[in-house]
Design a protein around this ligand. Structure first.
Ligand code: MZP
Length: 496
């Protein structure tokens, strides 16, 4: 007879936290959200720790170079998507690792033949008024000039005026060669009273930009995640098919942490992938695995040596796996069961395996609930895709801006490796994800500031000074339908 679980599949929205005593030690300003990303022996330190418990999903519409840099700067972690060629993924890793704090890789660039209208379009979409002009319009092309709002007058120049006629040519710009320190770059900015300093390589190709306005931000970012050479930490998604070629290329490019990305991680292929990585690099390269939703699958990947384990099947906002295949589990039930298995594993083996709750985060408080239930960090796609730093297009729909967000199991991403169950068909027979729009939400920094403030505020209510404390002492209750009504504004007319 089949096995039946005795509790229904529950999700985050069905739980609430109950406050505990708030003491002077756990006011929001004192709370630490530092959290391990990799397995460690009790009493020892993990190889990698994040300073906020948020990581971005390894998806085409979420995690590219800009997200990698921006998230590490805020203390979180990005997994650059694996559904691209090995060469281009390794190049993305290399770009993040080569980016030094304060040196911005320009996302919006133009060619000399582009027009004033193109400048105005970028300005309307991004609010950026400094645009490098390169020979091929890429962020690493030959630098030919720079456009700022001082270079054109809308009332005088026609929209079809070529950029070449408007830009300040490179010969008239103050530039510097790569290798310059941030302090020296800022000194140049101050000495020459400029707002932006382009950094070029020996051949005159654009490397990055240093902005006067960022000066304070770099001085005050104590949470940024760096390796021992002061380079940002960054991860990469891999699959259990081409890992023998992909992993060496990523390691060579400087990746800090790998994650096997699959909709169902309870498979011998995941075990083989983990074993390959650990054998080849003798444990020096860490690899997470998943996704799982119960203790049996957790135990399998834990025994296989996974450095962290990711939880979640079918709950992603773009996911239709449950509708298509009838598998998955409510995210809260999955986290609660796997966290109990993880604690048991730590008691019996002396090894703590961090858990990542992946997907299903709709409200900021869902992050807090996932942490309370035993997750060490959460992975999000929708949350990050809405922001300026995601690689997807920002488009106007009606009067509002939206960003494109598509699942790895959609026809658009065609990430068959994430769904293939060993028959190597090399394509998707049916879709497990959708292609969608989500409301545009601004910059990573402004959103994270609010999200983190809410998480800390709730932890303070619950008397928890850090995440391990929260794991041990959180008190949770299930909610009834009627108590959900009570929790929203009710029996009044909301003004607005
Ligand atoms: P969310 O944050 O948008 O709710 O969920 C993001 C997560 O959904 C990803 O980290 C990944 O595990 C999962 N995902 C990505 N693509 C698909 C799909 O196409 C998917 N079905 O389920």
């Amino acid at each position: 007879m089949a096995t039946y679980f005795d509790t229904p599949s529950r999700t985050f929205g069905e739980y609430l936290l109950i406050p505990s005593l708030t003491t002077r030690e756990c006011t929001p300003d004192k709370i630490s959200l530092a959290t391990p990303l990799t397995r460690y022996k009790t009493g020892e330190k993990p190889a990698i720790t994040a300073n906020i418990p948020l990581v971005s999903a390894g998806m085409q519409s979420v995690s590219g170079v800009q997200m990698g840099i921006a998230l590490a700067r805020e203390g979180g972690f990005c997994f650059i998507y694996g559904s691209q060629s090995i060469e281009s993924q390794a190049e993305m890793i290399r770009t993040v690792k080569n980016n030094r704090a304060g040196f911005v890789i320009s996302k919006w660039n133009l060619k000399p033949t582009d027009t004033l209208q193109d400048i105005l379009n970028i300005k309307a979409e991004t609010d950026h008024s400094t645009i490098p002009i390169t020979d091929d319009g890429s962020h690493h092309g030959q630098l030919l000039g720079l456009i700022t709002s001082k270079d054109y007058r809308i009332s005088r120049d026609t929209p079809d005026t070529p950029v070449a006629q408007l830009m300040t040519p490179v010969d008239s710009l103050i530039t510097s060669e790569e290798g310059i320190s941030l302090t020296a770059a800022n000194d140049l900015i101050w000495d020459h009273k400029i707002n932006c300093l382009p950094i070029i390589d020996r051949k005159g190709r654009l490397n990055s930009l240093v902005f006067r306005k960022d000066y304070d931000q770099h001085k005050h970012n104590p949470l940024s995640l760096f390796d021992d050479q002061k380079r940002y930490l960054v991860g990469a998604s891999i699959n259990s098919h081409d890992y023998k070629q992909r992993v060496p290329a990523l390691v060579e490019a400087g990746v800090d942490l790998l994650c096997i990305d699959s909709s169902d991680g309870y498979s011998v292929w995941q075990k083989e992938t983990i074993e390959f990585v650990h054998k080849k690099y003798k444990g020096a390269v860490k690899v997470g695995a998943g996704n799982v939703v119960d203790k049996a699958a957790f135990k399998y990947l834990a025994d296989a040596g996974a450095d962290f384990i990711k939880i979640g099947i079918g709950g992603g906002s773009i996911c239709i796996t449950r509708e298509q295949k009838g598998i998955g589990r409510g995210q809260a039930s999955a986290v609660i069961e796997v966290a109990a298995a993880r604690d048991e594993y730590a008691r019996t083996t002396g090894e703590y395996i961090p858990l990542c709750s992946d997907g299903s985060i709709v409200h900021d408080y869902h992050i807090t609930l996932a942490l309370a239930m035993g997750a060490d960090f959460v992975m999000m796609g929708r949350y990050f895709a809405r922001l300026d730093e995601s690689p997807s297009a920002k488009v106007k729909r009606g009067n509002d801006f939206v960003k494109e967000y598509w699942g790895e199991g959609s026809n658009r991403a065609r990430n068959w490796q994430r769904y293939d169950l060993g028959d190597h068909k090399g394509g998707l027979t049916f879709q497990e994800g959708v292609d969608s729009y989500i409301p545009y939400a601004g910059t990573l920094k402004e959103n994270l500031n609010i999200t983190i403030a809410k998480v800390k505020s709730t932890m303070s209510n619950c008397g928890a000074a850090d995440i391990p404390d929260f794991h041990k002492n959180a008190k949770l209750t299930l909610v009834s339908d009627l108590s959900l009504v009570e929790g929203a504004p009710h029996d009044l007319i909301v003004r607005e």
